[in-house]
Ligand binder design. Structure first.
Ligand code: PLP
Ligand code: SF4
Length: 330
């Protein structure tokens, strides 16, 4: 087992243990133990939380809260109607030039607002035969010039298996870019080990890594050093954020995030409106408020530090830019 795999296996999955590590008691929070999609958070991420703070923006992202169990109208288990855009199990092909492989259903961390928390990963785990089908599908469609490795978290997969995918994808001429959508380097920086860096360095395609960071406190020195190593390996680093009530729903917090990202060598890419997935209603920021925050962000930071505000609507051929002019700037 690699070191990062040991750390992964040693993630915190017990609410009381998490609270204990943070000097909090059960009375400080409204938590519970879910039957499915339970608490899961690597210790390296817990270490970035502030002790004794029940409203810590990192804690709120991972702590199962009783609010999850409340029914909310308009929230569903498949908010993006993705189950219908699944040509082969393990492949999502929603947009013309890019296709997404769900390499694994597993994640290192269980984000409580995750829009794929109800997705049927078990039947979407590519077996050897399905892998061949996926590669044949990608090879047959010359319009596909970019392949996304996603999940779950694709970096949950061993270096050996990742290398096999990269080798196979490298053989397909019309694929120019391989994009890795991952949160693992943030929650467990040791995942970015030398074998992984070498693999990326030696890949003949462009490599883009889209990280998922919601708050500046997620960025520490250890993680920033890994970002430097990734950049030296030729990787383009981008970030996507989900706008979350109680975590990052104000312009000051988002501006601090953009600056911290830039310091670490990462460019802001997307700011997502929360998908209406069952169990996540307590993170919702109403659209008018989201847009008001965004106008304030525009006024605060350089243009290249402003992520695109988008919303994923079912059956559109792109992620939809939010119409800022429907809501006045204040
Ligand atoms: C988000 C997403 C992509 C990538 O879209 P970009 O706008 O290029 O970031 C591709 N495929 C699927 C299924 C997606 O959900
Ligand atoms: S890392 Fe991404 S896919 Fe995994 S639980 Fe978090 S938001 Fe969902």
């Amino acid at each position: 087992m690699d070191d990062w795999q040991k750390a992964l296996a040693n993630a915190v999955s017990d609410v009381d243990e998490l609270l204990g590590l943070l000097d909090l008691s059960a009375k400080d929070v409204q938590s519970f133990t879910p039957k499915r999609f339970g608490l899961r958070v690597p210790r390296a991420f817990v270490a970035k939380m502030q002790p004794k703070n029940p409203n810590d923006p990192l804690l709120l992202q991972v702590l199962p809260q009783l609010d999850e169990t409340m029914f909310a109208a308009g929230y569903s288990t498949d908010p993006l109607a993705e189950n219908a855009q699944n040509p082969i199990k393990g492949l999502l092909h929603k947009y013309q030039n890019r296709a997404l492989i769900t390499l694994t259903g597993a994640c290192a961390v269980h984000c409580r607002y995750c829009f794929r928390q109800h997705f049927d990963y078990q039947s979407n785990m590519p077996s050897a035969q399905v892998k061949a089908e996926i590669l044949a599908y990608l090879a047959a469609d010359e319009k596909i010039n970019e392949v996304l490795l996603s999940g779950g978290d694709p970096l949950n997969v061993s270096n050996r298996r990742l290398a096999q995918w990269l080798d196979e994808l490298a053989k397909i001429k019309h694929i120019k870019t391989i994009r890795i959508h991952t949160r693992l380097p943030v929650v467990l920086p040791s995942r970015v080990d030398n074998a992984f860096l070498d693999m990326l360095k030696n890949c003949p395609k462009h490599i883009v890594m889209v990280l998922h960071i919601n708050h500046a406190n997620e960025i520490d020195e250890t993680f920033a050093q890994k970002c430097q190593a990734l950049k030296q390996a030729g990787v383009v680093l981008l970030n996507q954020t989900v706008l979350l009530k109680g975590v990052n729903d104000d312009a000051k917090t988002l501006a601090a995030l953009s600056h911290a990202l830039f310091d670490a060598g990462i460019m802001p890419y997307y700011l997502h409106i929360l998908d209406k997935v069952a169990g996540a209603a307590h993170f919702d920021v109403p659209m008018a408020q989201a847009v008001a925050i965004y106008w304030q962000l525009l006024a605060r930071v350089s243009g290249y530090l402003v992520p695109k505000l988008v919303q994923e609507l079912p059956n559109r051929p792109y992620k939809t830019p939010v119409d800022l002019h429907k809501f006045a700037a204040d």
